[in-house]
Design a protein around this ligand. Structure first.
Ligand code: NAI
Length: 417
């Protein structure tokens, strides 16, 4: 067992955090119980490049219960919860993660994890897979398959598959309904607002809150901000999403117009430069900027630096930029995903579904990798339905079932007017 974490003495605190998460992740805990008996990962090494949170710890423990050797690193330089990392190290997990890494340290950790010669890779943003396909290609021969947790990672992998550069099958966990319809919408929605409030203690009521991108995450953020009595404006590039935002009751306009009136901005586009120089130039004194998308490219930090005469850290996670025309613009968490860098990431109960998908897809890969081509695959429908059923059951909810007559009707074309 090897590890590098910030402070191993934080293990006890981290263990309590993990216990707290376990109580809200009944589906994953049930799957962990099944793994303990079946041992589907005996002899396999799983490398996980995920945000090191208490929920990730529950997943890692489930995989270990299933017989895997697990090696873990963070998927963002600012998202690791140091107490959780210490607890995992203390539990005998190989882990290389701490909060506040340089880019160099971040990739050092990825390479340490790869030194375990994994058979299955778990990514959140595709940095592990990318490193394997660029600088550690000698390890590709050991890999059975991989999994990807987030939208930006899936986009990168589909581009690799398109270029025929992807050398092993990867399951797009992000795209399955029991993941993105809940995790991205309610998880990011709530925790991004939580992060903005923890960083600034800003009052939401009455503020003009600009959300850039009205996809799964942006839609969730916009609705939660509205629920806190903010006046929400949406910016989009997709006419259908823009129309949807409009009919959901939000004002829609280009960023150049929103920039002039916004008090708080949150990007969730997965696209670079969603907020750039021309927008920064017209923002009000006191504007607050946050990002919930995967990489720290959605707000152009080079542009912010270029229009500024100075900056200082005014609070934890808040940088105050003074522009050359003497306005203050506040950037949260260096433009990294605000919900994980400042708050705790998604609530455990929603990660219960995301990480149950990860766990069951690992088992699926271990059993079926021979039949899978080296491209991006959907989560098998049965896994998605199983997780939804288990989640409903854990919430004490029952639903109706189709009778055989109804089932026949719903699949036939003969009955009409
Ligand atoms: P999505 O594809 O559902 O939504 C993105 C939206 O942004 C689309 O509607 C697109 O038209 C719009 N968009 C793209 N470029 C734009 C631009 N320049 N200006 C305005 N709108 C633009 O993707 P999803 O699932 O909402 O993910 C968004 C980002 O959040 C990704 O980077 C994803 O990896 C990340 N993510 C972050 C999480 C977190 O914990 N913070 C959790 C899940 C996803």
């Amino acid at each position: 067992m090897t590890f590098k974490v910030k402070d191993i003495n934080l293990a006890e605190k981290g263990m309590l955090q993990i216990e707290w998460a376990e109580k809200q992740m009944p589906v994953l805990m049930m799957i962990a119980g099944e793994f303990l008996n079946k041992k589907p990962f005996n002899g396999l090494t799983i490398a996980a490049c995920l945000h090191v949170t208490k929920e990730t710890a529950v997943l890692v423990k489930a995989l270990k219960a299933g017989g895997a050797t697990v090696a873990v690193c963070g998927s963002n330089p600012l998202s690791t919860q140091d107490d959780v990392a210490a607890a995992l190290a203390d539990e005998g997990i190989n882990i290389f993660a701490w909060k506040g890494q340089t880019n160099e340290e971040y990739y050092w950790c990825i390479n340490e994890v790869l030194n375990f010669k994994p058979n299955i890779t778990l990514d959140d943003g595709a940095d592990l897979i990318n490193t394997l396909h660029t600088t550690r290609t000698e390890l590709l021969q050991n890999i059975l398959g991989g999994q990807e947790e987030t939208t930006t990672g899936v986009i990168r992998l589909r581009a690799m598959a398109q270029d025929q550069a992807l050398k092993y099958p990867v399951i797009a966990v992000n795209d399955t309904p029991t993941k993105s319809m809940f995790d991205n919408v309610y998880g990011t929605g709530q925790s991004a607002i939580d992060g903005i409030i923890r960083a600034t203690n800003a009052l939401m009521a009455g503020k003009t809150f600009v959300v850039s991108g009205y996809g799964q995450c942006g839609g969730g953020i916009a609705r939660i901000a509205r629920g806190m009595n903010a006046n929400v404006i949406v910016t989009e590039v997709d006419p259908i999403k823009a129309l949807k935002a409009s009919m959901d009751g939000f004002r829609v306009m280009p960023m150049i117009d929103a920039a002039k009136v916004g008090d708080i901005f949150c990007t969730a586009t997965g696209c670079k430069d969603s907020i750039k120089k021309e927008h920064l130039m017209v923002m009000k004194d006191g504007a607050i900027l946050a990002n919930a998308g995967h990489f720290n490219v959605e707000i152009s930090i080079p542009d912010l630096e270029s229009i500024s005469s100075g900056k200082r850290r005014i609070r934890d996670f808040v940088e105050e930029y003074t522009t050359k025309d003497n306005r203050n613009i506040y950037l949260i968490a260096e433009g990294r995903l605000v919900n994980l860098a400042v708050a705790e990431g998604h609530p455990s109960s929603v990660m219960d579904m995301s990480f149950s998908n990860q766990a069951l897809c690992c088992e699926f890969l271990a059993e079926n990798y021979r039949q899978l081509k080296p491209t991006v695959h959907d989560v098998p429908r049965e896994i998605d339905s199983k997780i939804a059923r288990m989640k409903l059951e854990s919430l004490g909810m029952k639903i109706d079932n189709l009778s055989s007559e109804q089932q026949k009707y719903m699949t036939s074309w003969k009955d009409g007017t």
